[in-house]
Design a binder for this molecule. Structure first.
Ligand SMILES: C[S@@+](CC[C@H](N)C(=O)[O-])C[C@H]1O[C@@H](n2cnc3c(N)ncnc32)[C@H](O)[C@@H]1O
Length: 475
């Protein structure tokens, strides 16, 4: 990034991807007027500052901070709420770049108070995303010395470009140094492209609930709700929403025809290929994949959904009810100690499939959680890896002879993926790798790419980053 072209005026945030109002629903005269009205920039700025400060200075998660702020700002119109979310996310994605540029462009940036710095950060980020200097200055309530710093951003960007690659890349990609190193090692000459794609806005993707109808029927149903969709290129049950809207407000959602799920997550779910017998989803969370597995099982057999987080399991139960899923048994399990063994004992050696969708660094989902990268530390990554190895070991005990163990993460890092599998196989000669191509079918396998594992990422597949491995236990 940080080529001078970044400062060329390109599409504006809301102008670029806002749905055509007429496509969505018939607007009342008042709504029509509001949707075409210019943003009340002072209110938008206040809301951006509040949400951003909650993330940057108080360590809140970005989605929660935005939710919290926007709930309190009930007077904002939907176009303004969208602008707040887009601007805050855009800045979080480019935070390190923006800070570097401002520290070059503004002689006293580091000594300014936090809120003045944040006003400047938001303004610089908008320029970085293609808005015009004049528009940004006019709508940003900047002190005049701060406004002139913005006009020095292109020179600061040139200074960034002139840095040696090892220094430039982490700043340009807006990644912590240790992660940037890992990206370079993993992707080599494609590292910049990989990081760029992780800094793009993610598509809004849904999965058709195949217990009710297939994706073509769902696309028609959504069309009747004035929602434009496009089939996902890889998953046969996915649709990208072309219109930005609140999915929860759709009748199709409330009636259980739709689940929000990234296309990559759907592909990982497909690897389970769950028969209608006994299946365990060991880290089920709120059930994104559990519901997909229930559909694979045609709502028959026993699907054991386990997690240590009771609240997520409560969500799972609600989602299962909405989706018309009847074969799930949600089980809250302890995280550690002898009680874990006792909780799993009845299923030891009994499951045809065990999915371990392990907690991970989330490096594959940075486009949705742009602040996550700044929280991740090398120590935390080590902790994730140790836990992944432990969980794979622990839950593998439930796989019956001839059954399959499916391991997945939403990380792109080898230490959380291939290395965890290698470690497991070194201690378990009774398991062999089943190449994912055999489960996905020739056509899809060709699109997903070579190798025994599922390894997808935003820059290569347009999905979130996911890893999946299928291990078969000898009979
Ligand atoms: C990647 S998330 C799962 C996402 C979920 N499968 C989905 O598709 O929506 C990992 C989950 O592992 C759970 N977890 C963490 N430690 C665990 C443990 N010791 N045993 C079981 N689950 C655990 C977390 O609570 C979290 O819900």
């Amino acid at each position: 990034m940080a080529q001078k072209s970044r400062f060329r005026p390109t599409a504006r945030h809301s102008a670029k991807k806002s749905p055509a109002p007429s496509k969505r629903k018939k607007l009342t005269a008042a709504e029509k007027e509001r949707s075409t009205r210019p943003l009340r920039e002072d209110l938008v700025l206040q809301a951006c500052l509040e949400a951003y400060a909650l993330v940057r200075h108080e360590g809140r998660l970005s989605d929660r901070a935005l939710d919290f702020t926007l709930r309190r700002k009930a007077n904002l119109y939907s176009s303004e709420r969208r602008a707040v979310a887009e601007r805050v996310y855009a800045l979080l994605r480019r935070q390190r770049t923006v800070d570097f540029l401002l520290s070059r462009a503004h002689p006293r940036f580091e000594t300014l108070d936090a809120s003045r710095q944040d006003v400047l950060r938001l303004a610089a980020s908008r320029m970085l995303h293609g808005e015009l200097l004049g528009d940004v200055v006019r709508t940003s309530s900047l002190a005049s010395s701060d406004a002139s710093a913005l006009s020095a951003l292109p020179q600061a960007a040139a200074a960034l470009e002139a840095l040696p690659e090892k220094k430039r890349f982490p700043i340009a990609a807006s990644l912590p140094d240790f992660l940037a190193e890992k990206f370079l090692a993993l992707y080599g000459k494609d590292a910049a492209r990989a990081a760029e794609a992780m800094n793009e806005r993610a598509p809004l993707t849904i999965r058709a609930n195949l217990l009710k109808e297939d994706r073509d029927a769902l696309a028609k149903r959504l069309g009747a709700e004035q929602v434009e969709v496009k089939p996902t290129p890889l998953s046969p049950m996915g649709l990208h929403l072309e219109t930005r809207l609140n999915v929860f407000s759709l009748t199709s959602f409330r009636e259980g025809f739709v689940e929000i799920q990234d296309e990559g997550s759907q592909l990982l779910g497909m690897l389970v290929d769950a028969p209608p017998t006994r299946v365990v989803d060991a880290c089920a969370g709120a059930g994104g994949k559990t519901l997909q597995l229930a559909a694979q099982m045609k709502n028959r057999g026993d699907l054991h959904a386990m997690d240590i987080d009771e609240r997520r399991l409560d969500d799972l139960k609600k989602r299962a009810r909405r989706a018309g899923v009847h074969n799930v048994r949600a089980q809250h399990i302890p995280a550690e100690g002898a009680e874990v063994d006792a909780a799993l004992e009845p299923l030891v050696g009994k499951a045809d499939r065990v999915l371990v969708d392990a907690p991970c660094s989330g490096t594959g989902t940075f486009r949705r959680k742009p602040d996550a990268r700044y929280r991740l530390t090398p120590e935390e990554l080590e902790h994730h890896v140790a836990r992944q190895k432990l969980l794979l070991e622990r839950f593998s005990r439930m796989v019956k002879p001839g059954g399959r163990l499916i391991y997945g993460t939403c990380s792109v890092l080898r230490e959380e993926n291939e290395a965890v599998i290698e470690d497991f196989l070194s201690r378990h000669p009774e398991y062999t790798v089943r190449p994912v191509a055999e489960l996905l079918g020739a056509e899809l396998a060709a699109k997903v790419g070579p190798g025994p594992f599922l390894r997808i990422a935003p820059h290569t597949h347009g999905t979130d980053g996911f890893f999946g491995a299928v291990l078969v236990r000898a009979k």
